[in-house]
Design a protein around this ligand. Structure first.
Ligand SMILES: Cc1cc2nc3c(=O)[nH]c(=O)nc-3n(C[C@H](O)[C@H](O)[C@H](O)COP(=O)(O)OP(=O)(O)OC[C@H]3O[C@@H](n4cnc5c(N)ncnc54)[C@H](O)[C@@H]3O)c2cc1C
Length: 450
């Protein structure tokens, strides 16, 4: 008689792994989620606040690990100016805790409901002042990572190459559990706000290119208008009050998107709707020309303190060489107007831009070679958005734009490889060593990194 195998007896049945969501709250449970001997559905993907625009943080048929339960601020070391935190801590919570000790993050960052893990594993950029501190990942001195097999790995700044690969690694080399990063005493900056047409802005940009200022702007291509926010450190700054910054942020990131969503539903005539929207945007941004916003610091001006991603807010970010941007910005305004004329689609919210300094501390840094201007095109209008994002992509490629793996939509694989070049090859080699079975690679990331 033929002997029966284990499988035939039904004694050991390896059930197919089911896709699922895990939300670990401590290191041991995170390690269990990744344990190589567990029958979890692949791929495994970490997700912080889920605010990325692309599928880099999704695993529809695999296992999603939500890190937001890892939310302890472990130690604020005011003497050494460092902080140690778990990866699921929200940027806003950390900023508030640091402020109690007279400390702040190095750099000014919006979207403060994002998690620290998401802000280290993906670009977290803002207008740095004086060409410094544009990317938060630059401040990391060490991190604890749970590897694809469920083991703990320490990466510190004595292993520069490895640390540089882990910064902006999009969760492909392991899941960041804890980070220690540099912070600094709260420093007040002076902010000045101007508004102007796009040609004047382009002229001003050339003058500011090498200046010691932090540059942020709101661009309204259909009104031919720009609202400029310039920041610098001044010897005689006064106090910074957070309330005016909060009101400004509330207007820009909550009131406008919600009102526009309603207008898109109730106002059928596009010309009237857009006129109303542009007037509302102009009024909101005009308000910030107030003297109350003269002084700020990285805690007060952080902005966007919502806990959740605003539903339906669509965005795609491209970065352009800062040295060319005075030309690019005029072409971008032309592109928006021409696309509207051909397709009847336009973005309803102003685009937001800021200058990011050159930063080669991460292997996949977008500004590895030169300073860039990040331009975030934002809208609440879903119908027609995908086609617009595709056209925007073609425009950006023609103007030497750099895409971001988590914030740029509709990129062509060949263009991405060309832009990141040899650094991507090097990253792929490290990735294959640390995750030979591709357990952490979802289809979206596999397009670029397999
Ligand atoms: C309205 C709006 C405005 C924005 N403005 C800005 C801006 O001004 N500047 C800017 O830079 N970005 C901006 N963003 C983009 C976004 O907030 C950032 O990319 C953010 O850093 C992502 O953080 P998250 O916690 O949401 O991460 P997620 O989107 O959840 O994840 C991002 C990536 O990191 C990986 N990841 C997450 N946690 C971990 C971990 N613990 N270990 C390893 N990998 C991990 C994910 O797998 C994914 O690949 C904006 C987004 C929105 C919606």
């Amino acid at each position: 008689m033929k002997s029966q195998g284990f499988r035939d007896t039904g004694m050991i049945v390896r059930r197919p792994a089911r896709s699922g969501v895990h939300a670990p709250t401590n290191l041991a449970s995170l390690m269990r989620c990744l344990d190589g001997n567990r029958n979890v559905a692949l791929p495994i993907r970490p997700q912080g606040a889920g605010s990325s625009a692309t599928d880099c943080n999704l695993a529809t048929s695999g296992t999603l690990i939500k890190t937001s339960g890892l939310d302890r601020i472990i130690r604020i070391d005011a003497d050494n100016r460092t902080v140690t935190v778990e990866a699921g801590v929200r940027l806003g919570e950390l900023i508030a805790s640091l402020a109690e000790d007279g400390l702040e993050l190095i750099g000014n960052f919006d979207q403060t409901e994002r998690t620290l893990g998401g802000a280290i594993a993906a670009p977290c950029m803002g207008p740095g002042i004086g060409g410094r501190a544009s990317m938060l990942s630059n401040q990391i001195v060490s991190m604890k990572v749970v590897t694809t097999g469920g083991k703990v790995m320490n990466v510190s700044n004595t292993q520069q190459h490895l640390l540089s690969a882990f910064r902006l690694s999009y969760g492909m080399l392991g899941i960041i559990y804890e980070v220690t990063m540099r912070v600094r005493p709260t420093t007040t900056f002076t902010a000045s706000h101007r508004s102007m047409d796009i040609d004047t802005f382009a002229t001003v940009l050339d003058r500011l290119a090498s200046g010691n200022v932090g540059l942020k702007f709101y661009l309204m291509p259909y009104r031919n208008h720009v609202y400029l926010d310039l920041r610098h450190y001044d010897a005689n700054t006064g106090n910074a009050y957070s309330t005016p910054w909060k009101i400004k942020d509330w207007g820009e990131s909550t009131v406008l998107p919600n009102v526009f969503k309603s207008l898109n539903r109730v106002m059928p005539i596009p010309s009237v709707r857009y006129q109303l929207m542009d007037t509302l945007s102009a009024t909101t941004h005009g308000l910030v020309n107030s003297k109350l916003l003269r002084n700020g610091n990285n805690a007060a001006a952080g902005g966007r303190h919502r806990r959740r991603k605003p539903g339906n807010l669509l965005y795609s970010t491209w970065c352009f060489p800062a040295s060319d941007f005075s030309v690019v910005v005029k072409a971008y305004a032309r592109f928006c107007r021409e696309t509207f004329a051909h397709t009847a689609y336009r973005c309803d919210l102003p685009a937001v831009g800021y200058r990011i300094a050159r930063d080669n501390s991460a292997l996949l840094s977008p500004s590895f070679d030169e300073p860039l201007i990040a331009l975030q095109t934002t809208s609440t209008q879903k119908r027609g958005w995908e086609g617009f994002a595709l056209d925007l992509s073609e425009f950006a490629e023609n103007w030497g734009g750099t895409p971001l793996f988590n914030q740029t939509l509709s990129t062509r694989d060949a263009y991405v490889s060309q832009t990141y070049g040899g650094r991507m090859d090097f990253f792929r080699k490290i990735r294959r060593q640390l995750d030979p079975d591709n357990r952490l690679l979802n289809p979206y990331l596999a397009r670029y990194f397999q």
